[in-house]
Write a protein that binds this ligand. Structure first.
Ligand code: SF4
Length: 474
């Protein structure tokens, strides 16, 4: 995985020329933007809620080790197996070992960015285990043999005609490009896979430390099937996705759905608190019975035979812990809602594939170099106009533009920028820091602009200062 600025530009230019892609991107991101605005407007004071959430996330990350230990303790007491993965290779190995132990030949998956991050599907296939994506969007991109192009809407770039072609090939008969027919076909084809799978693999939108529960947010119900039908369930989750208590989890969920899809709450919010037939851990004082919820709903316990016999939770570090205490710690507050993608003028033109990373858009431009190496993703911090729209919509108010600028600084400091670009940036900084140099530079620019591309905007014949001095400005 690498994306230089040259590769990003090339991919973006191809995407910009693709009218079908541009239409699909603008329609989908436009719908998400409008829905988010409406959903947040329904709240009494969304800005205060976001301010509060920012504080909650910052405080959680500041004490992450403590919350993770509490999570592990409670999840283990519920009968789940908690595994720690330092990097992608360890996480893949943990999943493969569990699959091998149970003789699994097919795994049903629900949508998970963490498993995209560790390239789990390729590892499963190599080990002779067929991974089947069961989220509709993920399944479409799996059939197309493409990576997802949006954090929450993996097939955002596909039209219904393209989906119909993929389904026709998979089913071996003509499937019309009609959305109800396509979804019915997907349901029919996927249901067989759920029943045949020996293992279910999910992500985890968040883990709740006080009860050791994993929360999954979906709109299709496939998350429930993946976590309850196969005999073994593995959840792979980044270590930063922890809410200390259910109060914080409730705030998280309220902002996640509104920011992501503009829903007050996603259609399915599933809570996994250990395997079936195992008594859950005693609840904290003041909480309702053995339920993970404050009002006692969802109480399980011995005799609850639904669900898998084994639940494994893989806590994935993969570069996250090294960000704690640095100028990039704030990025760990992200809840992967995707709102910053939908407003980003660069993402909306370039699409997700140009980023060359499972994480695209402004969050991808920051987190990909941080997790996977600045030298590998040197182009991404440049893939932003720094307009600030991402920070404006972020439910955790993450200052993505600040970190993009910091990463650009790191690139210069570590010599990752080509010499001519570093020179040009130094020249621009010198010009902008001194009025005389600015005048001289613009003077040369006026003379030299004739040889530049016609696509660039022309400099005015007279500068504003000159117009002011000549009395042209009234
Ligand atoms: S950075 Fe903010 S807006 Fe972007 S995905 Fe993360 S939480 Fe959502």
């Amino acid at each position: 995985m690498t994306t230089s600025i040259r590769q990003f530009r090339q991919s973006a230019f191809i995407a910009i020329e693709d009218i079908r892609l541009q239409t699909a991107l603008e329609n989908a991101t436009g719908r998400f933007r409008a829905a988010r605005a409406t959903a947040l407007a329904d709240l009494p004071d969304p800005d205060a809620m976001r301010d509060h959430f920012k504080k909650v996330r910052a405080a959680t990350i500041a004490n992450l080790a403590e919350h993770l230990e509490a999570f592990e303790r409670n999840a283990t007491a519920n009968g789940s197996h908690v595994h720690w993965a330092r990097d992608a290779a360890e996480a893949r190995q943990i999943v493969l070992d569990i699959a091998k132990k149970h003789g699994v030949t097919m795994a049903a998956k629900s949508k998970s960015m963490a498993t995209e991050e560790i390239h789990l599907n390729a590892a499963l296939s190599e080990a002779g285990i067929a991974p089947v994506e069961t989220d509709l969007g993920e399944w479409i991109v799996q059939l197309a043999e493409e990576p997802p192009s949006h954090i929450i809407a993996p097939a955002i770039h596909k039209t219904k005609e393209q989906v119909a072609d993929l389904f026709t090939k998979e089913a071996g008969r003509e499937i019309p490009a009609d959305i109800p027919t396509l979804t019915a076909e997907a349901r029919r084809m996927l249901r067989e896979k759920f029943l045949a799978a020996g293992m279910g693999i999910s992500g985890g939108n968040l883990g709740v430390a006080e009860t050791g529960s994993i929360v999954l947010v979906t709109n299709e119900g496939n998350g429930r099937m993946v976590t309850s039908l196969p005999p073994v369930h593995i959840a792979v989750m980044g270590i930063e996705k922890i809410a200390p208590t259910w109060d914080e989890a409730a705030l998280w969920l309220a902002l996640l759905a509104r920011s992501a899809t503009g829903q007050p709450l996603s259609i399915y919010t599933s809570i996994v608190t250990g395997p079936a037939t195992h008594p859950p851990a005693p609840s904290p004082a003041g909480r309702g019975g053995d339920s993970p919820l404050p009002d006692g709903r969802g109480a399980g316990g011995e005799g609850d035979v639904d669900g898998p016999q084994e639940v494994h939770i893989v806590l994935l570090d993969n570069g996250r812990s090294k960000l704690i205490g640095t100028k990039y710690e704030e990025i760990l507050q992200c809840i992967r809602c995707g709102a910053c993608l939908n407003v980003c003028p660069v993402y909306r033109e370039a699409g997700g594939h140009a980023y060359g990373s499972p994480y695209s858009g402004p969050i991808g431009a920051v987190i990909s170099p941080l997790l996977f190496g600045l030298e590998n993703f040197a182009g991404l911090p440049q893939a932003s106009s720094l307009c600030g729209a991402c920070k404006d919509v972020c439910p955790a108010r993450i200052d993505l533009p600040r970190m993009l600028v910091e990463l650009r600084g790191d690139e210069v400091a570590s010599g990752l920028l080509p010499w001519w670009e570093a020179m040009a940036e130094r020249g621009a900084a010198m010009m902008m820091g001194d009025a005389t140099w600015m005048r001289v530079g613009l003077g040369f620019g006026r003379v030299g602009q004739g040889i530049l591309s016609d696509d660039l905007p022309r400099l005015a014949k007279k500068s504003f200062r000159k117009m002011w001095a000549d009395g042209d400005v009234k």
